[in-house]
Write a new protein. Structure first.
Length: 183
């Protein structure tokens, strides 16, 4: 699965957060992931059972174990104005619970940054298979955890995911499943 330009809007505006993402799947399972960020000359790679790498050096997820110390990242769908499932309710909940929250506009790099320990977790609700295929392999090989929003096993054919370093995964899931109450 190839995404020749993940972060198209960023690229079109000259914002340096975009990449090329290539994931190989066999029998429904991601087996190889390659993500290249040309603005930083960073190549993230992974193969099932062989670890994850950044420019040939091994990478691993962070050890952050509490949401209040976590730096998270998320994204929003192109149809944010037209859909109720637009992630704004989740964003509001996390903004009040974590140390920091970012939105980069490139899911493949977000997953790689969790794999490299730059972010502690990532979630999104409106993704396509090519957005996730490579990054999920890289994250898992770096020691991370990936599920859907209910904690069930993740499939790149679902439109949502929760990805983390592992220690904060259940706390992220708990927050995603809470009803938001605005007063």
């Amino acid at each position: 699965m190839i995404d020749p330009l993940d972060g198209t809007t960023n690229f079109a505006h000259g914002f340096p957060a975009y990449c090329v993402s290539i994931g190989v799947e066999c029998d429904g399972r991601g087996i190889i992931g390659v993500v290249y960020d040309p603005t930083r000359d960073e190549l993230f790679t992974a193969q099932i059972g062989h670890g994850a790498y950044l420019n040939g050096a091994p990478i691993s997820v962070s050890t952050t174990d509490h949401l209040d110390h976590a730096l998270l990242v998320t994204g929003f769908a192109y149809d944010i104005r037209e859909t109720v499932n637009n992630n704004l309710n989740h964003f509001a909940r996390f903004a009040l619970k974590v140390q920091g929250l970012r939105r980069t506009g490139t899911a493949a790099l977000d997953l790689c940054y969790v794999a490299a320990g730059r972010f502690d977790g990532f979630w999104e609700v409106a993704l396509n298979p090519w957005d996730m295929a490579a990054g999920v392999v890289i994250l898992r090989e770096a020691g991370g955890n990936v599920t859907n929003l209910t904690g069930a096993p993740h499939s790149i054919y679902e439109r949502e995911l929760v990805a983390s370093n592992g220690p904060i995964h259940h706390a992220m899931l708990d927050l995603l499943q809470q009803d938001i109450r605005l007063t």
